[in-house]
Design a protein around this ligand. Structure first.
Ligand code: NAP
Length: 483
């Protein structure tokens, strides 16, 4: 068991014996990719320089400069703050708070090696220079178009997704390359209509490609056939936490380490791709809020994400902003406040007069004030200095949260301060920014905003919802949400 050797998938095949015919089987995947070996014997094995991935802006190799653990060891989630040095790329990496960037993390090395071993590809072959070409009459999928002068190990590291939920096309392909009749039958069952319940149970176990290969050990598809069906390896995106007005040479960001167990009865430990990799590179920082400088040369390849939805600190500093970001959703707002703080200080120095600056309100939520209040020091300092007009924090697992009218989530706090929020929106043209979870939180916040407009603006709920939709299209109500 484990990443390196894989975990056998649990299947209940009691229904299989009763099935007379499989229906709705997917077609055998089309042959698209061809692996062409180079004429020269050349080793291609550069673990930190991905050349395969298409990115919207150029990739740069930043240096990991410092780490800080933002949570207590007993917190439900572990959150890490990292600092990347970018001083060599000042021109290429322009940013403002609200922007985000992509990190290109390799698939887990042990997982890649485990797959090579199972497919009986030796190390020498895995490191040899190859190119991926398309079979006649077909076109390579866009994520493999740069797969020239690469190697099999690089394709596994950066080319394809080895962890995402398996699709029926993959199972159908594995069935084609199985020598054992029982395994073939099981694989066909899983991708048929008759096996749909078992297919869903298989997906609940979040199997990696290696888990599938060891569950069906007689299936040995050629790697090029796997390239036909595996989805692309994806970069991971993070919001920038710091303002360039404070430091142009560093990019700060924060993330939860993805490490969880699949539900009972499976109980298999699962890891994300990027966050455990970053955790490992930065030395598994444990002590809460202790910044640890990193002196060894550790490279992290990144690229800037074009900010298409304009989720960014507004340039007009007289405009009030209402920021709502529970959990790591607070990340960009630390940068927003830092940025405005610097703008205000500069303006005061320049004009020596007290100008009116837009109020900043932050609604933040965490589970336990001692264990996972992210960026507490920074936020309290902004609040004490008056740059943050209101710092509103709600503790969801406090004993009285959600009871007797006590708030539990950010949306409850919004409602509590409804009158003032309404005035900010109605009289001061405030902007609203929401960052975090797309499902529960964003919907809860939208409902609360609509209720505020109804109660204090004396309008119908349907009109309130229309206003919010209009504000979204006017870019007055901006959201950076992750599903
Ligand atoms: P989290 O730790 O899971 O939750 C933070 C707080 O939100 C907890 O107190 C939680 O309460 C509460 N919460 C749970 N359900 C809620 C709901 N329906 N409405 C309002 N609050 C609710 O948060 P997280 O995992 O950090 O989530 C932040 C999200 O932001 C993630 O999806 C992340 O991908 C995304 N994001 C991250 C970045 C970044 O730069 N890292 C940038 C943009 C977006 P209970 O658990 O007690 O219910």
């Amino acid at each position: 068991m484990g990443i390196a050797s894989g975990t056998k998938i649990m299947l209940d095949l009691s229904e299989l014996a009763k099935v007379e015919q499989f229906t709705a089987l997917p077609r055998i995947p089309t042959v698209i990719c061809k692996i062409i070996k180079s004429n020269e014997e050349r080793i291609i094995n550069s673990p930190t320089l991905p050349t395969l991935i298409n990115t919207p802006t150029p990739i740069v190799n930043t240096r990991l400069d410092a780490v800080r653990c933002l949570t207590h060891p007993e917190a439900l989630k572990r959150t890490i703050h990292l600092e990347l040095e970018i001083k060599d790329y000042r021109e290429k990496l322009e940013f403002i708070p609200g922007d985000s960037f992509g990190i290109i993390a390799p698939n887990n090395e042990k997982l890649c090696l485990g797959i090579l071993k199972t497919l009986e590809i030796d190390e020498n072959e895995a490191n040899q220079e190859i190119s991926v070409e398309s079979a006649e009459g077909t076109e390579l999928p866009s994520h493999l178009r740069n797969a020239k002068s690469t190697s099999i190990i690089e394709l596994l590291r950066y080319g394809v997704d080895l962890n995402s939920l398996p699709r029926k096309a993959l199972l159908r392909l594995l069935a084609e390359y199985t020598t054992n009749e029982e395994e073939k039958k099981t694989l066909l069952f899983l991708c048929s209509k008759q096996g749909s319940v078992q297919f869903n149970l298989l997906r609940e176990q979040v199997p990696t490609l290696l888990d599938l290969l060891i569950t069906f050990p007689s299936s040995k598809p050629p790697l090029e056939r796997l390239l036909d069906v595996l989805p692309p390896h994806q970069p991971r995106y993070y919001s920038i936490v710091n303002s360039p007005l404070v430091n142009r040479d560093l990019l700060h960001f924060a993330f939860n380490i993805v490490d969880y167990k699949t539900p009972v009865p499976y109980n298999v430990r699962k890891y994300g791709v990027c966050t455990p990799w970053l955790d490992n590179l930065s030395g598994y920082a444990k002590e809460i809020n202790k910044r640890v400088p990193l002196t060894t040369d550790i490279n992290i390849p990144i690229f800037m994400k074009p900010n298409s939805n304009e989720f960014a600190v507004p340039s007009d500093i007289s405009r009030p902003i209402i920021m709502i970001g529970p959990g790591t959703g607070v990340a960009p707002f630390v940068g927003f406040i830092q940025h405005r703080e610097q703008q205000i200080i500069a303006e005061r120095k320049l004009n020596n007069i007290e100008k009116t600056f837009g109020e900043m309100w932050l609604f933040y939520g965490c589970r336990d004030i001692e264990k996972d209040y992210l960026y507490r020091e920074e936020l309290e300092r902004f609040s004490e200095n008056g740059f943050l007009k209101e710092l509103l924090v709600v503790i969801s697992r406090a004993p009285n949260a959600g009871l007797n009218g006590n708030p539990k989530y950010v949306q409850d706090l919004l409602r509590k301060r409804g009158q003032e929020i309404y005035e900010l929106l109605d009289q001061k043209n405030a902007m609203i920014f929401v960052c975090g979870d797309a499902q529960g939180m964003a919907k809860g916040v939208n409902d609360a905003l609509a209720d505020i407009l109804v109660e204090h603006g004396k309008i119908q709920k349907s009109d309130a919802l229309k206003i919010l939709t209009q504000w979204i299209s006017d870019k007055r109500y901006l959201r950076d949400l992750v599903r």
